[in-house]
Design a protein. Structure first.
Length: 398
């Protein structure tokens, strides 16, 4: 089994809501950043937890043996999970009708899944479970213009559920917690006990020595959506190509296409000037990703809003310089290491891209020197923080 198991709190039973993870795997969808966090919670707590699956309004708790099997399948990317999921869920379904959970059990919901439904709140209030929620960001509320129509209302419902029913809330950054606190105060809602536990970057394999491109290039990593500001970068790249011709640096965009990004897609698919200079990859393996990052001039991260910034953390963890928007979450997790720019300051972005593309860029070298001694967060430290947070409830019940 791939679970992390420790003796501390071994007597406490926990329930992990895996509905989102299971649904996405059943649909063969690639894991998002939210999913990767949820998988780490399965890996760490799975050995002392049972799995909860919500199906057509019914809450189905799998027994220990079935939970272990489904947890293991979720942690195994090549595992064929559909047959197993149908088998264990159908077997547990009759036993779950009218099921009342023990009041001593913690419930982890780390993916915001289902929290927009009023039935979730009603079920929690009847169950006696002690919910521990993970809040990734409040962007649909603070920046609704970057999200799907209706997502702001849905996310308000999720956050309201966390605040009204949560036994505790874990935030990925102080910036996210500040947004949550401000929201609770503005709307007169209670704020349960909270903690901040930073997220660890992926553990990449060693990069290959062969350079993927024979020209200087930059990387943008993350879902292609309006909030990530790809449009500005593509406009700048068109200017660079027109000015420098074949000597212009290349841009590598790695990430799935998201929502309301038609202008970006038009440029990627129909702009002849960008062809041969801008390369788009919807996905790649960890070995391919680390090679792209390792040989790049810098990671470009011009987002308008972020709750954390995993690509930034992944870049710094392997020694790659970063040019990023000046956001509170970025400052929190990386200090003064990156080159910070206002996400709308196209002129400054252009200047830095030209500078960092130089073979002996002094500004790039300065950032590399600022990186000396940088230590990325670890999942060990993350879960030590979570365990300490849970231990507080043993002495001061909420």
């Amino acid at each position: 089994m791939k679970f992390h198991s420790i003796s501390r709190r071994a007597q406490s039973e926990m329930v992990i809501d895996i509905t989102r993870l299971l649904n996405r795997r059943m649909q063969a969808r690639l894991p998002t950043g939210v999913d990767r966090v949820s998988l780490e919670y399965v890996r760490y707590f799975g050995g002392r937890s049972t799995a909860l699956v919500r199906f057509y309004g019914q809450w189905i708790e799998l027994n220990r043996r079935s939970s272990e099997r489904i947890f293991d399948a979720l942690l195994s990317p090549d595992e064929h999970i559909k047959t197993l999921a149908r088998k264990v869920v159908s077997r547990a379904f009759p036993c779950s009708i009218g099921r009342h959970f023990s009041s001593s059990q913690y419930l982890f919901n780390t993916g915001h899944s289902g929290l927009e439904n009023i039935q979730y709140t009603h079920r929690l209030q009847r169950s006696g479970l002690k919910p521990l929620f993970f809040v990734h960001d409040l962007i649909p509320i603070t920046h609704p213009e970057y999200c799907r129509p209706g997502e702001s209302e849905r996310h308000r419902a999720r956050i309201n559920t966390m605040l009204k029913t949560g036994h505790g809330i874990i935030a990925n950054s102080a910036a996210t917690l500040n947004d949550l606190t401000a929201y609770a105060q503005t709307h007169g809602l209670p704020l349960p006990p909270t903690t901040v536990a930073l997220l660890a970057p992926a553990q990449f394999p060693k990069p290959v020595t062969n350079i993927p491109l024979n020209k200087p290039y930059f990387v943008m990593l993350g879902t292609v959506e309006s909030r990530k500001n790809h449009w500005l970068m593509l406009q700048l790249w068109r200017q660079l190509i027109e000015q420098f011709g074949d000597a212009a640096p290349r841009l590598v965009i790695i990430g799935q296409r998201g929502w309301e990004c038609e202008n970006v897609v038009d440029l990627l698919e129909r702009c002849e000037v960008l062809k041969g200079f801008v390369f788009e990859y919807s996905s790649c393996s960890d070995s391919e990703l680390v090679s792209w990052l390792h040989h790049a001039q810098a990671l470009l991260f011009p987002s308008f809003a972020e709750g954390y910034g995993m690509p930034l953390m992944e870049a710094l963890s392997i020694g790659l310089p970063v040019i990023a928007s000046d956001l509170p979450a970025f400052r929190e997790i990386s200090g003064d290491i990156p080159a910070y720019v206002d996400p709308l300051d196209g002129r400054r972005w252009r200047e830095l891209i030209i500078e960092y593309a130089k073979p002996q860029s002094q500004e790039r070298l300065n950032q590399c020197q600022r990186m000396v001694g940088f230590s990325a967060p670890t999942w060990t430290a993350h879960f030590e923080q979570v365990e300490a947070f849970m231990d507080r409830f043993s002495f001061a019940p909420y």
